[in-house]
Design a protein. Structure first.
Length: 311
């Protein structure tokens, strides 16, 4: 009788397959925790990123950090067109906008107690109401005996002002002081009305309250001394030349004097006046991205500028 080969024995084959299957299952079980761990790690990263986005665009954007894009050459070569910067909004304190008041904010009972009333609210530009012109930070004395003015603060509480009372309108409420704006700071701000623009500007503070500034032959003098540093000049046909002469003027309290580093091609305080401190949105501190739309291929990304700390 011929001996049977192990390979020909169905039971042996079945046993081997069973053992092999057990090994595979064992291996899968061994790797399963690793895969699960990796999956959990990925989920954690996603959660962290989601929370970061929520902080930046939720809480951080209004109060802590905000991103801005550089649209012009007025700050070259410190900042180039296409640079994207981060601005610390808390450096000079925290400012919240005034909440607008509407007629329906006042209870019917309160309205019925008034023969007539006007509503004061945070505003960005001058308006005229009943012969009284108000602008941000403007103060007036109420003369009309038949009108009662309602002033609202950020919490929608109200105060009645009658004839003889003083009315002052703010566009925002400063709730916390941290640092005072200082000379040399690169800052972002809402431009004064004289600038004729609405989008935020970015310049450098060259004078603070009490300083006397003067421009002679394109050179900046502060308190009679020449401000050192050759201005960087890059000429663009579309950019008008800035004033080369300006008589001595004193920076008033509550304001700063702003200029672009590219002084000959910068529209700044020499053109549209002082910047109210309450207009300041924050201090620029870092370039987080830079894009040159005129370059080609990967050269469009200015890698050497990414992460640069601004001074």
């Amino acid at each position: 009788m011929k001996s049977r080969n192990k390979a020909d024995d169905p039971s042996s084959v079945l046993k081997e397959k069973t053992v092999s299957s057990k090994k595979v299952l064992s291996n899968l079980k061994d790797k399963s925790p690793e895969k699960k761990q990796k999956k959990n790690l990925i989920l954690e990263y996603i959660q962290v990123i989601a929370v970061a986005f929520a902080l930046v665009f939720g809480f951080m954007r209004p109060f802590v950090v905000e991103a801005f894009k550089i649209p012009s050459a007025s700050m070259e070569d410190t900042l180039l067109i296409g640079d994207r910067i981060l601005v610390a909004k808390f450096m000079y304190g925290i400012t919240v906008p005034y909440v607008r008041f509407h007629n329906f904010d006042l209870s019917p009972e309160f309205q019925s107690d008034l023969d007539s009333y006007k509503i004061s609210q945070g505003i960005r530009q001058e308006f005229e109401n009943n012969g009284i012109i108000l602008s941000q930070n403007a103060g007036v004395t109420i003369q009309d005996a038949n009108s009662k003015w309602i002033i609202g603060d950020n919490g929608r509480t109200y105060t009645i002002i009658k004839k003889g009372g003083k009315l002052k309108v703010y566009k925002s409420l400063h709730i916390l002081d941290v640092n005072k704006p200082k000379i040399g700071d690169i800052f972002v701000f809402d431009p004064p009305e004289a600038a004729g623009k609405k989008q935020p500007f970015i310049k450098r503070i060259v004078a603070v309250p009490g300083d006397t500034v003067e421009v002679k032959d394109g050179n900046l003098y502060r308190n009679g001394s020449l401000v050192e540093g050759e201005p960087y000049v890059k000429r663009y046909l579309t950019m008008p030349q800035s004033p080369q002469f300006m008589p001595p003027i004193v920076v008033p309290e509550g304001h700063v004097f702003a200029m672009g580093d590219n002084r000959d091609r910068s529209s700044d305080s020499r053109v549209w006046g002082f910047v109210p401190i309450e207009n300041i949105k924050g201090q620029a501190f870092m370039i987080y991205w830079s894009w040159d739309k005129y370059a080609e291929g990967l050269d469009k990304i200015r890698i050497s500028r990414i992460g640069r700390i601004l001074k």
